[in-house]
Design a protein around this ligand. Sequence first.
Ligand code: BMA
Length: 324
Amino acid sequence: MTDHTNPNGTLLHRHPSNPILTSRDWPYPINSVFNAGATLLEDGSTLLLCRVEDRRGLSHLCAARSVNGVDGWKVDPTPTLVPDADRYPEELWGIEDARIVFVPELKQYVVTYTSYSRGGPGVSLALTKDFRTFERYGVIMPPDDKDSALLPRKINGYWALIHRPMTPLGSHMWISYSPDLHHWGHHRLILEARRGAWWDANKIGLSPPPIETSRGWLTLYHGVRHTPSGCLYRLGVALFDLENPEKCLSRGDSWIFGPEADYERNGDVADVVFPCGYTMNPDGDTINIYYGAADSSIALARASVRSLLEWLDANGSSDRRHSP
Ligand code: BMA
């Protein structure tokens, strides 16, 4: 029987040191730090590309490095990737919410992030080898669009990008393909926000980049519940076919993680958990999920890929791509 009572927190375990990074850890004056992309570097250390909101309200990205991914963070002394509105007008009001994917074929990290300007939020892409210099490709998905990550390898000869365009009919997850990371087409809807009272009604979006498993692309996504006192951001999980990522194999009905801890419930934007990155432990099963908490800090939760897949086996439905 489907378990609709899944207690929050059983699949994702909050780290006792949470929140692991706050504005107090920053070497220069900022308002807040949250929604970080994550990756392992060659030496096994963890890099977070954090969204930093300055005291004008505009965001840039700043790298923090740690040997164990939990503490001892070394934060870049100055912003790492700053909006460059002269050359990239789509970055006029800042850059936000990076997702990082290491692409073996390119021997580089591909960073996708939200660039924000008069036109609204769009998706921008940059390549880097070291998170010190970046090759910017500019905006690759025009506004309104965000919550984007590249798959780490080509699918049938094309790069594949998951993203979340917004339309008056809803904000759903799409996939698009490209031969060169510049030109994008073959756009397909892959996962719909549900409707009505559902926790993920009207607006969903990719959270960290999809995790490649032997069973498919394990994909954490956020759902936004609109309430009279504001929005509630929670996390759900779906599985997509490895060679045809347009095909949703399974989607859970319940959310698996939501704001409960004080640092998630209180902050600049209350009741938000917003992961943008994960790293995999050497055991090949434990993932470290880095998430923004209440748009005010960065927190860490751990999960087991095997447990997430088992939970989907018990609770997911294969016909849930579309809104019931
Ligand atoms: C979303 C994004 C996130 C943010 C969240 C809550 O739309 O802008 O960056 O964390 O809202 O404010």
